[in-house]
Write a protein that binds this ligand. Structure first.
Ligand code: NAD
Ligand code: UDX
Length: 460
C-alpha cells in the first residue's frame, strides 16, 4: 500500500489549477505543489489579489484563499516538487500538432514526454505518475518505456485519471463529479488515488478500468458531447428553412429519456480547447489503424461545426445587403462560453475573421476577456497583416460603447449580463435598420422586435 503525503502537479493551467485547488481543500493533510515553467502564470497564482488569479472560475478564488500557503503551493521549481512528491499528476497541454507528421490532427505530445523525462531524471524515490492531461490511447505505454529505462532502482506506477470538468463550472464539477475514472495496472497504486477522491466522492462514482479504456474513454466522451452539439446545429439549419424552431425540437427530443435533454443547445458552433482537438486526435488515431470509416464518421462533427460558424457570418453579410465593408458590427462575447475568460477556439474568433475578410469594422465587448487577448487570437490565424487587424478591430470596455452607431450586434457568448442590458438604449444609438444576430438564442424575440430591431436567432 502507498501513503500519499505529498503531491506534485506539473501544469498549472485550466485543469491543473482548479483540480489541485479542490484536492488541497478536501485533503488538508496532503501537501500539494503546482509547478509550471510559465513563471508569469505561477506569479499570478501567488498574487495576493485574488482577482488576479490566472484563471477565472466561479468559486475558485475562495478555495485558493482557503488552501494557499496551508497545503497548496505554486512554484516554478519543477525538479524540487518532483523529487519530494509521492504522486505526480501530469496536467500539461496537449495541443493539436502544428508541424510534421500528423500536422493539424494528432496531439502534440512533446510536453508530456518532457515531463516524463524530467521525472525520470530527478526521481530518487518510488512515484505514482498520473496522466491528468487528455492523451491518445496507449500514451501510457510510451511513458512507461521512458520511466522504466532509467537504469535506477526507482519504481514508477502509471495511472490514467482523465479530467471531465467543464470550464465555467469547474469547481462544481470537481466537487460533485458524475464519475471519477482511474485506469491502471497496479492495484495498490489505483487504491492510493481512489483513497484521495473518496474523501469527497461517493465510492460508487469512482470507476476503475484498465489503462487503455481510461485513456480512450476521455476522447470518446468529448467526441460524443461535441457530436450532440453538431447534431442539433445541423438541425438548426433545417429549422431555419422550414419554420420549425430548434428549441422546440430540442425540447421534444430531449424528453425522450434515451436521448436526454442536456447538451442540445443550438449555437454558433462549439469552441473551447478540447472538443476539436480531441476529435481530430481520435480521427488521427483511427486513420493510423487504417479505420477509414471510423475516422470519416467522427470527422463530420468538425465539418459541421466549421460550417455553422461560417454560415452564421455569411448570414450577417447577406442580411446587411451583401456588404459589411466599413460597417460597424458589435461582437458581444469573445469567450468560448459564459463564465470563463478562456477564448481558445472560440466561435467569436472565426466569425470575426470572416467578417474582417469583408473589411467590416469590428467592435468587441466581453466582460472577462482582456483587449490584448482579442488581438492575439485574431493574429494567430495569420489571415491578414498585423496592422490591418489593429486598424479594423477595437475592443470596448463598455457594451453600450461597442454597440453605439453599429449596423448590427452579434451575440457570440451566452453571458447572462447580455440579457439584462437596456436594449432600448442600445437601439436608440444604433444605425437603422438595427440588426441583432443571436448566435446563442439568448434574447427574447418579441421584446427586441417590439423595440424595432430586426432579430435573427440560430434555428428560428
Ligand atoms: P493549459 O495550457 O491551461 O495548461 C497547461 C500548463 O502546462 C501551461 O501553463 C504550461 O506552461 C504548462 N507546461 C507545459 N509543459 C510543461 C513542462 N514540461 N513543465 C512545466 N509546465 C509545463 O492547458 P489545460 O486547459 O489545463 O489542459 C491540460 C490538459 O488537460 C490537456 O491535455 C487538455 O486536453 C486536458 N483537459 C482540459 C480541459 C479543459 O477544460 N481545459 C478539460 C479536461 C481535460
Ligand atoms: C468540455 C467537456 O464538456 C468536458 O467534460 C471536458 O472535460 C472538456 O471539454 P468545455 O469545453 O470546458 O468542456 O465546455 P462545454 O460546456 O463542454 O462547452 C463546449 C462548447 O460547446 C462551448 O463552446 C459551448 O458553448 C458549446 N455548447 C455546449 C453548445 O453550443 N451547445 C450545448 O448544448 C453545449
Amino acid at each position: 500500500a502507498f501513503t500519499i503525503k505529498k503531491i506534485c502537479c506539473i501544469g498549472a493551467g485550466y485543469v491543473g489549477g482548479p483540480t489541485m485547488s479542490v484536492i488541497a481543500q478536501q485533503c488538508p493533510d496532503i501537501q500539494i505543489t503546482l509547478v509550471d515553467m510559465n513563471a508569469e502564470r505561477i506569479a499570478a497564482w501567488n498574487d495576493p489579489d485574488l482577482d488576479r488569479l490566472p484563471i477565472y472560475e466561479p468559486g475558485l478564488s475562495a478555495i485558493v484563499e482557503e488552501a494557499r500557503g496551508r497545503n497548496l503551493f505554486f512554484s516554478t521549481d519543477v525538479e524540487a516538487a518532483i523529487e519530494e512528491a509521492d504522486m505526480i499528476f501530469i496536467s500539461v497541454n496537449t495541443p493539436t500538432k502544428n508541424y510534421g507528421k500528423g500536422k493539424g490532427m494528432a496531439a502534440d505530445l512533446k510536453y508530456i514526454e518532457l515531463c516524463a523525462r524530467q521525472i525520470a531524471a530527478v526521481a530518487t524515490s518510488d512515484k505514482i505518475v498520473v496522466e491528468k492531461s487528455t492523451l491518445p490511447v496507449r500514451t501510457a505505454a510510451a511513458l512507461k518505456s521512458i520511466l522504466h529505462n532509467t537504469g535506477s532502482a526507482v519504481n514508477f506506477h502509471i495511472l490514467s485519471n482523465p479530467e471531465f470538468l467543464a470550464e465555467g463550472t469547474a469547481v462544481q464539477d470537481l466537487l460533485n463529479p458524475d464519475r471519477v475514472l482511474i485506469g491502471g495496472e497496479n492495484k495498490d497504486a489505483i487504491q492510493a488515488l481512489v483513497d484521495i477522491y473518496s474523501r469527497w466522492v461517493e465510492t460508487d462514482r469512482i470507476l476503475t478500468t484498465n489503462l487503455w479504456s481510461s485513456e480512450l474513454s476521455k476522447l470518446t466522451a468529448n467526441a460524443f458531447l461535441a457530436q450532440r452539439v453538431s447534431s442539433i446545429n445541423s438541425i438548426s439549419e433545417l429549422c431555419e428553412k422550414t419554420g420549425a424552431d430548434v428549441q422546440e425540437v430540442a425540447r421534444a427530443i430531449g424528453m425522450d429519456s434515451r436521448i436526454g435533454s442536456k447538451f442540445l443547445k443550438a449555437s454558433v458552433g462549439f469552441g473551447g480547447s478540447c472538443f476539436q482537438k480531441d476529435i481530430l486526435n481520435l480521427v488521427y488515431i483511427a486513420r493510423t489503424y487504417n479505420l477509414q470509416e471510423v475516422a470519416d464518421y467522427w470527422e463530420q462533427v468538425i465539418v459541421m461545426n466549421n460550417h455553422q460558424k461560417q454560415r452564421f457570418a455569411d448570414n450577417i453579410i447577406q442580411t446587411l445587403f451583401n456588404t459589411v465593408n466599413g460597417k460597424k458590427i458589435a461582437i458581444l462575447g469573445w469567450a468560448f462560453k459564459k463564465d470563463t475568460n478562456d477564448t481558445r477556439e472560440s466561435a467569436a474568433i472565426y466569425v470575426s475573421d470572416y467578417l474582417l475578410n469583408e473589411q467590416a469594422d469590428i467592435h468587441v465587448y466581453d466582460p472577462k476577456v482582456p483587449a490584448e487577448k482579442v488581438f492575439v487570437d485574431l493574429e494567430h490565424l495569420n489571415s491578414r497583416p498585423l496592422d490591418e487587424t489593429r486598424r479594423l478591430v477595437s475592443v470596448s470596455e463598455d457594451p453600450y460603447e461597442a454597440c453605439k452607431d453599429a449596423h448590427a450586434v452579434a451575440i457570440l457568448t451566452e453571458w447572462d449580463e447580455f440579457k439584462e442590458y437596456d436594449w432600448s438604449k442600445i437601439k436608440r444609438h444604433m444605425k437603422s435598420p438595427a440588426f441583432v444576430f443571436d448566435g446563442r438564442k439568448l434574447l427574447d424575440r418579441k421584446q427586441l422586435e417590439d423595440l424595432g430591431f430586426i432579430y435573427y436567432a440560430i434555428g428560428e
